[in-house]
Design a protein around this ligand. Structure first.
Ligand code: PEP
Ligand code: MG
Length: 760
């Protein structure tokens, strides 16, 4: 049965449109179950009816004609119950409703199962037989399994049909044009413009093997193509450089490095020398690299496989003398693709790019991070988007809610136009805040710091009005290297970072690899990496790595004195004690070496696992400050993988359990007179910032693009108001209720524009 099931699902997924998909379902299910009838009804919410959309067994003319209200008939009963209904004799059931002309009177045994996608009823799948007999358990299991498997495909086809096919379908009432498709909020803002669909033009998979007649010629062609791509990347990089923080530009340096790398070039050359022609040599080499990266546990690195493929396709395009076309971009471009890469984004003239919509990816995808850094609204994971049918359509991408409106109705368009105008006004107001302190209306100052880590050059962060670096993730320089960087190499990087903000504080976090971040030269194979060898656990097991890093940090601090150390993934006091011993040892060694006392800089721990929450006092007693890593803390408290798009909706740091944990940490830290800060994404969330203010948090650290908004939040509330709001939400039991309460509070304070489109 498994094979049949798989075959049906594959066939349905290949169907060109919804109508065909439904026909395949009824035909194949009827056959597989050896029944006399199979019908499929789709649920039409505007008319509150289930509409017969395909049948094998009923009169074909009744398709589109048989319509059952939500509380009508056995089909309605399945929908109401949201569970299978299995009846031996349908006509004698009190809920039976006869539909004249359909021919259903000849059938007795009835089995209907709901088709549900993401908790939403899409329709009902029905099988019937002439015999008055209940269906067997195995039949029921088959139907439930197939309905569950088909639901995604139907949802996708329905969404695609909503653009063309389905709307013309007489069976369903018109899909209203203001019904949005739902993706995930990727980067705040609203992008309103024309869809430009981007797609790879060359196809590596289609390249055949072929003997190279003149290997030298092939080699020359390869080198020219690589050179041409390098020039393109430089062009794209300088174009983006105007809009993108320097740290993010490192990505383009990485592309150039990859194009220069021996591993890429030598393998292609080798393959050409072995006799294959250049295109196939490139194909094999790129595929090899893509495979290696894709298999990496670290989502950041495994996503890099898309960049490698992108580079491979660019080289191929030049080899095929088909350099990338530069379309005539409309004035306001919303870039749409199955998967948007950084170079696709960079191809669009910056002043025309108003938004992106990617069918794949989530908020933590690199492209979403880039968009947040560049201030481009982004919707990710819009997997119902009929990408290849919407080029040139008008679109609205709401990066606050993840909603996408295709060919929006005049009312929706007018509403968003108004919101956009307000938003532009809001952003220009925010820029005036740069010189002003982050101080509440009743005089409490909350220093705002930035999170960074990609490269040492952090000039844009200095211009942001930040008062220091609250989290420098040292693993990024480690990721960009080909082996563990040495003390001197690290020293250069840390020195640059410390200097850029001196005398303001810079918090360097010790190496935090494992979990979702692994190093290409230090692979960690684990079934459950987030609960495995991570952060401090690794560095304590490898003092030789830890000590080199500590020494480099301490040396970088020489003459500056603004270094603070931060220890990640602490889950017990013994880890802190051991780490502190190693820090002291590094200080002693350096003191001996340079003949001058090297004092231990202030050191803190990250509170990011539940154990640290409950031991916050014991930890605070051993360190100088606590920094709450709300990304991991939320993940571990709620048992929600921070990188899993499927459960992304459950990940919310305003969850009552998280708020209670945070409050406990602040109280514990303050009991020992230690400063407590938050350096997770939460610090950049306006609603969360108010509550943290209410808790008495001492500082907040966030991505640079979020800083002006949070400054505005701080300046718009008093500590007293924030404390009152915190008390109110701590009485609440549900995260949605808390979100709603905070949304109302922000609206009342005139800050609604920070959490949704518009200003007021
Ligand atoms: C966190 O977990 O909140 C945090 C800031 O650390 P990272 O995101 O680097 O794991
Ligand atoms: Mg963390």
């Amino acid at each position: 049965m498994l094979t049949v099931l798989r075959q049906i699902v594959e066939e349905v997924n290949r169907a060109p449109n919804l109508e065909q998909a439904l026909r395949i379902i009824v035909r194949r299910v009827k056959q597989a179950m050896e029944v006399d009838l199979c019908s499929i009804y789709l649920t039409d919410y505007p008319s509150r009816q289930h509409v017969l959309m395909a049948t094998e067994g009923l009169n074909p003319d009744s398709v589109g004609q048989v319509r059952l209200g939500f509380d009508e008939g056995l089909v309605g009963l399945v929908g109401q119950r949201n569970e299978p209904v299995n009846i031996d004799d349908a006509p004698s059931h009190p809920r039976y409703r006869f539909c004249p002309g359909s021919g259903e009177e000849q059938y007795h045994g009835f089995l209907g199962v709901p088709i549900i996608h993401h908790r939403k009823l899409l329709g009902i799948l029905v099988v019937q037989r002439r015999l008055p007999k209940r269906f067997e358990e195995a039949d029921l299991s088959f139907m439930v399994t197939i309905a569950a498997q088909l639901a995604g495909g139907i949802a996708h086809a329905e969404a695609s049909g909503g653009i063309g096919g389905l709307r013309r379908d007489p069976g369903l009432s018109a899909v209203p044009e203001n019904r949005p498709l739902q993706g995930l909020a990727g980067a705040p803002g609203v992008g309103m413009g024309t869809v430009v669909v981007v797609y790879p033009t060359a196809d590596l998979g289609a390249i055949p093997d072929r003997r190279a007649t003149d290997p030298d010629l092939e080699l020359r062609a390869f080198r020219c193509a690589v050179e041409a791509v390098k020039q393109d990347i430089r062009r794209l990089s300088s174009r983006l450089g105007e809009r993108l923080p320097a740290e993010e530009m490192a990505l383009f340096d990485a592309y150039l490095m990859l194009l220069d790398s021996d591993s890429l070039n030598d393998r292609v050359v080798e393959r050409i020398r072995e006799g294959n022609w250049v295109q196939a040599a490139l194909r094999d080499t790129i595929e090899e690299h893509v495979r290696i990266f894709r298999e990496m546990d670290d989502p950041y690195l495994s996503e890099r496989s898309d960049d490698i493929r992108d580079l491979g396709l660019r080289i191929l395009a030049y080899l095929q003398e088909n350099p990338p076309a530069r379309p005539d971009y409309p004035q306001r471009v919303v870039l749409v693709a199955n998967e948007i890469t950084a170079t696709m984004l960079a191809e669009v003239p910056a002043e025309r790019l108003v938004g992106i919509v990617s069918a794949r990816g989530s908020r933590s995808s690199h492209i979403a991070i880039l968009c947040r850094a560049m201030g481009i609204p982004a919707v990710m994971g819009a997997n119902n988007l009929p990408v290849n049918r919407i080029d040139g359509l008008e679109i609205i991408a709401d990066g606050y809610t993840g909603r996408v409106y295709l060919s929006p109705s005049p009312e929706v368009r007018a509403e968003y136009t108004r919101l956009l105008q307000e938003e532009t006004e809001l952003l220009s107001n925010l820029s005036h805040l740069r010189e002003l302190p982050a101080e509440t209306a009743d005089g409490f100052r909350i220093p705002l710091y930035i999170n960074t880590g990609l490269i040492a050059d952090i000039e844009p962060s200095q211009c942001s009005g930040a008062e220091g670096i609250g989290l420098y993730r040292t693993e990024f320089p480690f990721m960009a290297a080909e082996q563990f960087p040495g003390e001197e190499q690290q020293l250069q990087i840390y020195r640059k970072v410390l200097k850029s903000f001196a005398p303001q504080p810079v918090i360097l976090r010790t190496l935090d690899v494992g979990g979702d971040k692994s190093l290409p030269y230090f692979p960690i194979e684990e079934d459950n990496p987030f609960l495995g060898w991570r952060g401090i656990r690794i560095t304590l097991d490898h003092p030789e790595i830890f000590l080199v890093q500590l020494r480099a940090m301490l040396r970088a601090n020489h003459g500056l004195g603004n270094l603070r150390l931060l220890l990640p993934m602490i889950s017990s006091v013994s880890e802190v004690e051991e780490a502190m011993r190693l820090i002291d040892r590094a200080c002693e060694e350096l003191s001996e070496e340079c003949g001058e006392r090297v004092a231990r800089p202030p050191a803190g721990v990250m509170v990011e696992v539940p154990a640290a929450v409950y031991q916050a006092e014991a930890l605070a007693a051993r360190v100088d400050f606590l920094s709450i890593g709300s990304n991991d803390l939320t993940q571990y408290l709620l048992a929600v993988d921070r990188n899993n798009a499927r459960v992304a909706e459950l990940f919310d740091s305003l969850h009552p359990a998280v708020l209670r944990a945070l409050e406990q940490v602040v109280v514990s830290g303050h009991r020992h007179h230690r400063e407590v800060s938050v350096c997770g994404e939460m610090a950049g969330d306006p609603a969360a910032a108010v509550l943290l203010l209410g808790m008495g948090i001492d500082s907040l650290s966030m991505t640079v693009s979020g800083l002006p908004r949070i400054k505005w939040v701080i300046r718009s509330f008093t500590r007293q108001e924030a404390t009152r709001l915190l008390r109110e939400v701590l009485e609440m039991e549900d995260v949605q209720q808390i979100r709603q309460h905070m949304a109302t509070a922000l609206e009342r304070a005139g800050l609604g524009g920070l959490i949704r489109a518009g200003k007021y």
